[in-house]
Design a protein around this ligand. Structure first.
Ligand code: ADP
Ligand code: 5GP
Length: 192
């Protein structure tokens, strides 16, 4: 059985990774989603084990020490990481899996899985990005400013990715990513 495809969707906070990923999963129900661990507090409506595995700093540290994370990163004061076993088992079982993670973590995954498909989601403009983070209403002004300064640096790392996709409209961004996944299957498996 051939291995599944590892797809990494990354890009600055507020660009729409979560929104696009949720829509993509509706359109591609066979695509497995990697639920990350984080030390961030849950937002209203977020569920443990669905959106994230919410951990204390001590629990997260233990996961690092036990080598349970494929990658992890500290992002704007909190830790985020990808549980390793789930990703490896999914790929070995021949299924495609999508990781929705920030840029430092994505680059670490690239070192371990250079054969992965790395997609950078871009906002139509930095003003639009700020508007989206503000519009989401989940962060205070200091955190928004911090996330925006990190975003400028992250966009500079885009050249390390295989594809850049502009999230101007959710529907179009999903169509572009679906096309990339289909094309990568053709390229890697030499069968379409
Ligand atoms: P991320 O996961 O990258 O941090 P989110 O998915 O939470 O970003 O999106 C941030 C905000 O932008 C949300 O309020 C979401 O509804 C909105 N959004 C996402 N994509 C678009 C889009 N294409 N056009 C307009 N607003 C969008
Ligand atoms: P948020 O707090 O907005 O949910 O996420 C903040 C950032 O962390 C987002 O860019 C999100 O994609 C990223 N993120 C979520 N899970 C992971 C993970 O497992 N590893 C890394 N490196 N980043 C993650």
């Amino acid at each position: 059985m051939s291995k599944g495809l590892l797809i990494v969707l990354s890009g600055p906070s507020g660009v729409g990774k979560g929104t696009v990923c949720t829509e993509l999963r509706k359109r591609m129900p066979e695509l497995v989603y990697s639920v990350s661990a984080t030390t961030r507090q849950p937002r209203a409506g977020e569920e443990n084990g669905v959106n994230y595995f919410f951990k204390t700093r001590e629990q997260f540290q233990e996961m690092i020490e036990n080598d349970q994370l494929l990658e992890y990163a500290e992002y704007v004061g909190n830790f985020y990481g990808t549980p390793r076993d789930f990703v490896e088992e999914t790929l070995a079982g021949g299924k495609d899996i999508i990781l929705e993670i920030e840029v430092q973590g994505a680059l670490k995954v690239k070192e371990k899985f250079p054969e992965g498909v790395f997609v950078f989601l871009l906002p139509p403009s930095l003003d639009e990005l700020k508007g989206r983070i503000q519009g989401r209403g989940t962060e205070n002004q200091a955190t928004i400013d911090h996330r925006m300064s990190v975003a400028a640096h992250e966009i500079g790392l885009m050249e390390n990715y295989d594809y850049a996709v502009v999230n101007d409209e959710i529907d179009l961004a999903c169509q572009r990513i679906q096309s990339i996944i289909i094309a990568e299957h053709c390229r890697i498996r030499k069968s379409c």
